[in-house]
Ligand binder design. Structure first.
Ligand code: C5P
Length: 239
């Protein structure tokens, strides 16, 4: 359980195909009660302008572009992302220590640097897929190895499944930021997520921030669903 004051712990995934839809939906949210995530599809369609508009409306933005390239390129991309005023960015831990350290150093001169987190193993990859790429470790072992590598490379945390949170909290310490997607309130549809976890379970397991998409974006009354999730989080966090 996390006793630090983390501010709003729900990150609403703005998985929309156009900027107009994303902005119209953001209009129905409250930046004091959640943060938002912009991913590859939306960013590719809208570019930085949408991110700047969301930041301008007071939202903390997680720019989920999962950089993975040579250190110089990733460092420059991270610096450019920081220039947009976003709250969180991410890179692939499998890009290696030098790449992650370059990303960290690129943010050093920023007045309000974004949180820099890593993707360990994409949850879409099973043991078979990993073996085909030459990875012989079991997924959970590889996840922990990459999370430890991210931590020792100076990153602020990782994206992980809530089922891994407890193990990574123990491995990487109390201040390491754990961001968990695959969250479903108990009365929500599972959609295409296979192993879902409720907000309470994720918080109890040690997650800091919960990425929630469709249970909020498809709701008739998004703010009331958000409020209920926030209440569940507060209960699980003992506040
Ligand atoms: O709608 P839903 O709550 O399933 O959305 C989850 C969000 O988290 C999506 O933006 C998805 O791409 C992202 N995500 C995920 N699983 C991961 C990593 C990211 O669902 N392992």
């Amino acid at each position: 359980m996390n006793s630090r004051d983390l501010g709003p712990r729900v990150i609403v995934a703005l998985d929309y195909a156009t900027g107009a839809e994303a902005l119209a939906f953001a209009q129905r949210l409250d930046p004091k009660r959640c943060r938002v995530k912009v991913g590859k599809e939306l960013f590719t369609v809208t570019g930085p302008a949408l991110v700047e508009q969301l930041v301008g409306r007071g939202f903390d933005v997680f720019l989920d572009l999962k950089y993975h390239d040579i250190p110089n390129t990733v460092a420059a991309a991270c610096k450019a992302a920081a220039g947009l005023g976003v709250w969180m960015i991410n890179v692939h831990a499998s890009g290696g220590r030098t790449m992650m350290q370059a990303a960290r150093e690129a943010l050093a001169g920023q007045t309000r640097p974004p949180k820099l987190i890593a993707v360990t193993v994409l949850t879409s990859l099973g043991a078979e897929d990993l073996h085909e790429t030459g990875q012989t470790e079991e997924p959970a072992v590889l996840v922990e190895r990459l999370a430890r590598l991210a931590a020792s490379s100076g990153l602020d945390g990782v994206v992980c499944s809530a089922q891994e949170a407890q193990r990574l909290r123990q491995a990487c310490g109390p201040d390491f930021c754990l961001v968990t997607p695959g969250i479903r309130p108990s009365d929500s549809a599972q959609d295409d997520q296979k192993r879902v976890v409720t907000p309470q379970m994720a918080i109890t397991g040690g997650a800091d921030y919960l990425v929630v998409g469709r249970p909020i974006t498809k709701a008739a009354d998004p703010l009331s669903v958000l409020d209920r999730i926030n209440a569940d989080i507060a209960l699980a966090a003992g506040r």
